[in-house]
Design a protein. Structure first.
Lengths: 294, 236
């Protein structure tokens, strides 16, 4: 029972990150390999606030401030990164964009090292303890992650399917040229996409710290790669796909970790799942092939 | 003054010179067609006017302003709409959502609703299928959706790229009937077609485009009667 909750909440973290990969892929048609590092930027933002915070009595207020700063900084980084590094490359070969994204990733990690040093910093978040659900002890942080993650994803789904900007995002994702013919400013929509993806990463960063309360420059790499895997498993470009892929991967990871014989091979199991899915269904669980109709 | 004036328009794809300096104009209330074989440069003309392909030379003037470098989304706000070649409706969105996107630059919800009602009156088949996903429409319905979507912008200039392509003859007739109706209602239309007969029959004026150059021009009736056009496009 508690494994299930932990798995679901880890899955919610992966899903939040995977959404950033998948939305940017769907709309800007690029893999933003620096996306994982936005989580790290978020984690350091929370760290800075928690370190400055004087009175531990207002722990939750401090966390809220940390989250706000993190949302602001992550969104700013995401949008500026797109404008400076990716926008000038629009229309060039995808491999150049990919290499640039890897460069941006290293740039962010190096910046973190310059400002905070290479040493990990522990982040003193309030401990939430456990509650009993259906006779099993479940950590409260898992439940918070799960609930908040689910609410965010529901909001995002509503936003994309029901608002004008959300529909414009779908239109750009399906046919950029046709979207322009509707009067949609594609550059603006791409900026919005980076902003949303980065804000989701800020939440993921905080939730990640609730699990492992340490900020370090390479913190974003592993969850980034896992979430990217989740996005591909779910079908890159698909929003519900990223959610399903993320949750699936989180649950599998926690189950594997709970079985002593398999635990050391958890990451191998996860990437094997990716390979199997890609062999059986190369477009991922909910991925779509473009249909042509005469 | 013409609504749209194209002077010496040149477009290149790398070393390929797709348009070698073409000139034409569209006056308010006119249907003007560009006819030409596959690969003549018709789509290139439409896309470059729309700001979707860079212009290498010449000028495009709309309502007295040079629009060579104006991006597509601004041109839409200025009243130019395009029904693109191959329809390019949003297959994963519903008919309703496609239509709403057609009025993207209009913020007034009531006005958008009025426009949807108008489009549904003109295309009852779309009205019956508002909740249907675009990709599941038949070819003819998709063409109607592409036209309805463009009309949602209440364009001052409507550009249509081969609206009859790939449609059964009876549907082609229907599409041209709608074009004629729009014309009666005062619309200004730039029509691109391979179906020269149909296009010339409803056009005020027309231009023949051949490998990136305009070879002939005249009224629709003049061109339909011209021996060159008869030989090349109307089967003798
Ligand atoms: N994206 C492109 N890259 C290179 N050449 C192109 C491209 N699009 C069109 N062309 C070439 O430009 C010429 C005109 O094409 P197009 O405007 O599509 O003609 P039409 O619409 O009249 O059939 C053709 O020779 C075509 O091969
Ligand atoms: Mg064409």
């Amino acid at each position: 029972m508690s494994i299930l909750f932990d798995g679901l909440s880890l899955g919610a973290i992966y899903a939040l990150i995977a959404l950033g990969y998948t939305m940017v892929y769907g709309i800007a048609k690029m893999l933003n390999f620096a996306h994982g590092d936005i989580i790290m930027v978020g984690a350091y933002s929370v760290f800075v606030v928690m370190q400055r915070a004087k009175s531990p009595t207002d722990a939750f207020l401090n966390v809220a401030c940390g989250l706000l700063l993190s949302l602001f900084i992550c969104t700013l980084f995401g949008v500026v990164m797109e404008k400076l590094a990716y926008k000038p490359l629009r229309g060039v070969t995808p491999i150049a964009v990919l290499i640039t994204a890897i460069g941006v990733s290293y740039l962010l990690q190096s910046l973190a090292q310059i400002f905070f040093g290479a040493k990990p910093h522990s982040v003193s978040l309030p401990t939430l303890g456990t509650v009993t659900v259906a006779g099993a002890k479940v950590s409260l942080s898992s439940i918070v992650t799960l609930v908040v993650g689910a609410v965010i994803m529901a909001l995002l789904t509503w936003f994309v399917s029901k608002t004008t900007t959300g529909r414009a995002m779908q239109a750009v994702s399906e046919d950029r040229g046709a979207a322009q013919m509707m009067g949609i400013n594609v550059n603006k929509i791409i900026s919005v996409t980076f902003a949303i993806g980065s804000a989701l990463a800020a939440f993921a960063g905080l939730f990640y710290l609730l699990q492992i309360p340490t900020a370090e420059p390479t913190l974003g790499s592993m969850p980034g790669i896992k979430a990217f895997t989740a996005a591909v498993i779910g079908g890159i470009g698909s929003i519900p796909g990223a959610m399903i892929g993320g949750v699936l991967l989180g649950v599998i990871e926690k189950i594997c970790l709970s079985i002593p014989v398999i635990a050391p091979y958890t990451t191998a199991v996860e990437f094997s799942l990716l390979i199997i899915i890609l062999l059986v269904r190369p477009i991922g669980i909910l991925g779509k092939k473009r249909r042509e109709k005469v | 003054m013409a609504l749209l004036t194209v002077e010496n328009l040149q477009v290149n794809y790398g070393v390929i010179r797709a348009l070698k300096g073409i000139s034409f104009e569209v006056n308010e209330g006119e249907i003007v067609s560009l006819i030409g074989a596959n690969g003549a440069g018709k789509t290139t003309t439409m896309q470059s006017i729309m700001g979707l392909i860079p212009i290498a030379g010449g000028t495009v003037t709309y309502e007295g302003n040079v629009i060579n470098k104006v991006p597509a989304h601004k041109l839409v706000a200025m009243g130019i709409s395009q029904v693109p070649e191959g329809r390019r409706i949003f297959q994963e969105l519903t008919v309703y959502e496609n239509l709403v996107l057609g009025a993207y630059t209009e913020k007034d919800k009531k006005e958008i609703k009025n426009r949807i009602d108008d489009v549904c009156t003109r295309f009852p088949r779309l009205g019956e299928r508002l909740k249907q996903v675009g990709g599941t429409l038949s070819g003819g319905e998709q063409q109607m959706l592409a036209m309805g979507r463009a009309l949602m912008n209440r364009p001052k200039l409507l550009m249509m790229d081969e609206p009859s392509m790939g449609l059964a003859p009876i549907l082609v007739e229907q599409i041209f009937d709608i074009i004629k109706e729009l014309h009666k209602g005062g619309a200004t239309i730039l029509l691109v077609e391979q179906n020269a007969q149909m296009a010339l029959s409803c056009s005020d004026r027309a231009y023949v485009l051949e490998t990136g150059e305009i070879s002939l021009t005249g009224t629709g009736a003049e061109l339909a009667a011209s021996p060159e056009v008869k030989k090349a496009y109307l089967g003798g």
